[in-house]
Ligand binder design. Structure first.
Ligand code: SAH
Length: 206
């Protein structure tokens, strides 16, 4: 009520998913006390669970009605995947760190969210084996939205991603049209980098 709703998230289904998802189960024990504050927290492997407001905003922009097949690139803790699982039919999420993927799988299983499938690998090229997707959400900062990933959107599909430099990005919402793509800028944000073949290659690159 004071953070997500107060900052303008109105989709009742999205708000309900936040009410029923225990964020404290997605953060390491030593950060549990802060798990309902509106900021990111470290989850190990140099990665973070995103700020709840940004998770809510990105989710709301996807305008899910419950029938969608969704791809998330950057599983991290699995929290965003847990929210998506309650709002879409099927979620595929890709994580490059096996240790994070395993932890996310066990948290999601404990919550009985059986419609999430976590894959380990480089998601910077999307996940062609499961394409097409109705929606794609990239939860790591990309230098640009890879064309290969856009092509994995089905008709009228929507993609949301933070795009820009290593330390500052713009949230971009892309929509597939009959003859191309439309792009809308949503909000400046800061995410950890999307590494990999179509992401950043050197973790120390500016
Ligand atoms: N959505 C997550 C937070 C994402 S943090 C949550 O709800 O907790 C970004 C994640 O993207 C990190 O876990 C990082 O390891 C992962 N990542 C970065 N580059 C990747 C790539 N090429 N493929 C898959 N995962 C990647």
């Amino acid at each position: 009520r004071n953070q997500i709703e107060a900052r303008g998230i109105h989709d009742e289904r999205v708000l309900q998913a936040f009410r029923t998802t225990p964020r404290h189960l997605f953060v390491p024990k030593d950060h549990m006390a802060a798990s309902y504050e509106d900021h990111p927290l470290p989850i190990g492997s140099g990665q973070t669970i995103s700020q709840p407001y940004i998770v809510a905003l990105m989710t709301e922009q996807l305008a899910l009605i419950g029938k969608e097949k969704v791809l998330e690139i950057g599983t991290g803790s699995g929290y965003q995947a847990a929210i998506l699982a309650q709002l879409a039919a099927e979620v595929h999420s890709v994580e490059r760190f096996e240790i994070l993927a395993r932890k996310a799988r066990s948290t999601l299983a404990a919550l009985h969210l059986a419609n999430v499938h976590i894959h380990v690998g480089d998601g910077s090229m999307g996940w062609p084996a499961e394409a097409p997707f109705d929606c794609i959400i990239i939860t790591a900062a990309a230098p640009e939205v890879p064309q290969e990933v856009l092509e994995q959107l089905g008709a009228d599909g929507r993609l949301i991603a933070p795009v820009g430099s290593r330390y500052r990005q713009m949230l971009e919402l892309w929509t597939r049209l009959p003859n191309g793509f439309e792009k809308e800028e949503i909000l400046p944000v800061v995410f950890v980098p999307l590494m990999g073949k179509l992401g950043w290659q050197d973790p120390n690159e500016p």
